[in-house]
Design a protein around this ligand. Structure first.
Ligand SMILES: Nc1ncnc2c1ncn2[C@@H]1O[C@H](COP(=O)(O)OP(=O)(O)OP(=O)(O)O)[C@@H](O)[C@H]1O
Ligand SMILES: [Mg+2]
Length: 258
């Protein structure tokens, strides 16, 4: 049955940087409609896992599949076309351009008439140029950035810049979104707003989410399942309740001063 198959499957993935094993035989899956947390101390390999999944770097060994198809080895532009988008740990927008223009950039590979994006993915293009403005408005609406549409991205408060990173990822029309520390640097209110946005993306827009985050309260609140990495290895996987009470996690991670 197709729907019981995981949407994202990471099988035996290792990644070596010289003498360092940043990921060691990593296995985990994400199912459609889930919000899964990927947590672990600094340097555990979380961003490396995102880089491997999204094609920024190849795995040294192992395989990643998405929607039943092998994606490891594909360049990032093809992974995006397959429906997987990500946000970055640092804000990654064009600061001198407006909010709307940044969203437009994320949309370019979807536009039928555009030359941006992989040639081989052209038949996937769903957006005629005449519908681009409506689509930009739709993304502004979802992310509640409408009143900032014509503001320069670099002039936005930090929390809104992070949100714009999500908007740019959404502009690619993903089925799954990988978020690398979306709450980092946000204040309490911005963090609550982020939680509401992520929940809406799942509940109202059908997105599947993989969330890397150090903000434990947010992870525990949003995620159905959590995978814990320490020094490139998965040491635990389970519900928030199971992870909260897992002895190895308490020792290796939650118990450590941060
Ligand atoms: N391109 C690279 N070249 C060499 N070493 C790297 C590279 N990328 C990551 N590393 C190393 O791999 C390990 C894992 O790094 P990674 O950035 O994946 O950790 P992380 O879990 O995202 O940490 P943080 O919570 O601080 O963001 C670290 O020791 C890091 O220094
Ligand atoms: Mg990281």
């Amino acid at each position: 049955m197709r729907n019981t198959e995981p949407l994202l499957k990471i099988s035996g993935v290792s990644r070596r940087f010289g003498g360092l094993m940043a990921l060691r035989d990593l296995d985990f899956s994400v199912h459609r409609g889930e919000i899964v947390g990927l947590i672990g101390p600094n340097g555990a390999g979380k961003t490396t896992a995102f880089n491997v999944v999204t094609g920024t770097i190849p795995p040294s060994s192992g395989e990643v599949s998405y929607n039943g198809q092998r994606i490891s080895g594909l360049p990032p532009s093809r992974v995006v076309v397959a429906g997987l988008a990500r946000t970055f740990q640092a804000t990654s927008t064009y600061p001198g351009e407006t909010t709307a223009s940044n969203i437009y950039r994320g949309m370019l590979p979807r536009i039928k008439e555009s030359m941006v994006g992989p040639v081989t993915g052209r038949h996937h293009r769903d957006l005629p140029i005449g519908q681009v403005q409506d689509e930009i408005d739709r993304i502004l609406e979802i992310t509640d950035l409408k009143r900032w549409a014509h503001a320069e991205a670099g002039s936005l408060p930090y929390g809104l810049q992070k949100k714009l990173g999500i908007a740019v990822a959404l502009a690619t029309k993903p089925t799954m979104l990988l978020l690398d520390e979306p709450a980092a640097g946000l204040n309490h209110e911005e963090c609550n707003e982020l939680a509401r946005l992520l929940r809406r993306l799942r509940d109202d827009h059908g997105l599947t989410l993989l969330l890397v985050e150090h903000h434990m309260a947010l992870v525990m609140e949003l995620c159905q399942r959590i995978v814990v990495l320490v020094q490139g290895q998965k040491i635990a996987e389970g519900t928030p309740e199971e992870i909260r009470n897992h002895p190895a996690v308490i020792e290796a991670y939650l118990g450590a001063p941060d």
